[in-house]
Design a protein. Structure first.
Length: 361
């Protein structure tokens, strides 16, 4: 028997990039009997978690249902719109830290949890404007980027303060570099310390760029364009247990050019030589699914989560539906089991599809 535990922080009820932050805690048991699957998980004894069901597609057979817990952590804050969540785990204190934005005049701040997501602090403001790309480094250190002044901000005390900052270096041609996905960090297998930071992003006129830093974001390599990733950007990197680098890429097919970006799709490109060369992108979803994240389980399987912004049928009363799904790769990112994908959460929009701007649901 193998228990799979994972948490997902997602962009939900999208209005442009407006969101409600949902935290999902799931304990999915593989190769267990019906009694095991239906047993109430221990974490549901905590009233912060609401009973939820994760469904897994199973071909022509009935869907496999697994007990889970769910909460919308922004509900008690009464802060209006909340945007762009990024969540990290800091094992040194068994702490979760989340970066998000809120308000009509965007402010960035962090919230934290010391009980694995059951309860959360209220947002602590870091600065004005968008904050993106929260990434755990060493010990109590983490880094994020403030978009308004294009600077990295650092904490050394698990998110309590963010006093140190550095300007984001441009590409070697002088053009500004804009990260559009979280950094990926390689770590020493024995000490756990960061050995390299990877960044993906774009500069004016060109997306799908890659660079790295070996000194905690002080200096960076030259930006490399990776044509195999397409031309859209928002490329998320992950290291498979066999050493492969896996890139989950947001893609825009030519037939959707000029249309709403909800129609962007999702593809995967793999490097077997530490980013020197990359495979041509393998399209998982041509449209409607993107904004991805990856984690490797103890058995080497990779779980890829993503947002569903298009692709579900409307409800019977005419409302669009959105969701968060997950698929698994059992060969280090080369192939993905789409036929047995997980529906982590599905919800109804709040504007009918026939209404103007129904995508702002």
């Amino acid at each position: 028997k193998q228990d799979i535990h994972f948490m997902h922080s997602a962009i939900l009820r999208t209005v442009g990039f407006l969101c409600i932050v949902l935290t999902l805690c799931c304990c999915a048991a593989a190769q267990t009997d019906r009694t095991d699957r239906e047993a109430k998980p221990a974490f549901l004894q905590n009233p912060a978690w609401k009973a939820h069901t994760v469904e897994q597609l199973n071909g022509k057979a009935a869907r496999i249902k697994t007990a889970a817990g769910i909460q919308i952590i922004t509900q008690p804050w009464d802060m209006g719109a909340v945007y762009y969540p990024y969540m990290i785990y800091m094992p040194e204190k068994d702490k979760l830290l989340m970066l998000l934005g809120w308000g009509q005049e965007i402010r960035a701040g962090v919230v934290s949890s010391n009980d694995r997501g059951a309860t959360w602090t209220k947002p602590q403001k870091i600065g004005d404007g968008w904050g993106i790309d929260l990434t755990h480094l060493d010990g109590g250190e983490a880094v994020l980027k403030m978009r308004n002044d294009n600077r990295y901000r650092f904490t050394r005390d698990f998110g309590a303060s963010w006093d140190r900052s550095l300007p984001v270096p441009p590409c070697k041609d002088g053009k500004a570099f804009y990260e559009d996905s979280p950094f990926f960090v390689d770590r020493d297998p024995e000490s756990g310390r960061v050995t390299r930071m990877w960044a993906t992003g774009k500069k004016p006129g060109l997306a799908c760029l890659l660079r790295y830093s070996d000194d905690a974001a002080n200096t960076w390599s030259e930006c490399r364009h990776i044509p195999q990733w397409g031309k859209t950007g928002e490329v998320v990197l992950h290291r498979a247990s066999n050493g492969n680098l896996v890139a989950a890429c947001r893609v825009n097919l030519p037939r959707f050019e000029g249309q709403i970006d909800h129609l962007s799709g999702l593809g995967v490109s793999v490097s077997k030589d530490d980013a020197r060369t990359w495979s041509e992108i393998s399209i998982l979803y041509a449209w409607g699914r993107h904004m991805s994240s990856m984690v490797t389980l103890d058995n080497g399987d990779i779980v890829l989560t993503y947002i569903v912004r298009k692709g579900y049928v409307d409800t019977a009363d005419g409302f669009p539906q959105f969701g968060v799904e997950a698929v698994i790769s059992r060969d280090h990112g080369l192939t993905w089991d789409l036929d047995h994908r997980y529906l982590l959460a599905v919800w109804r929009g709040n504007r009918k599809s026939a209404e103007p701007k129904s995508w702002q649901a």
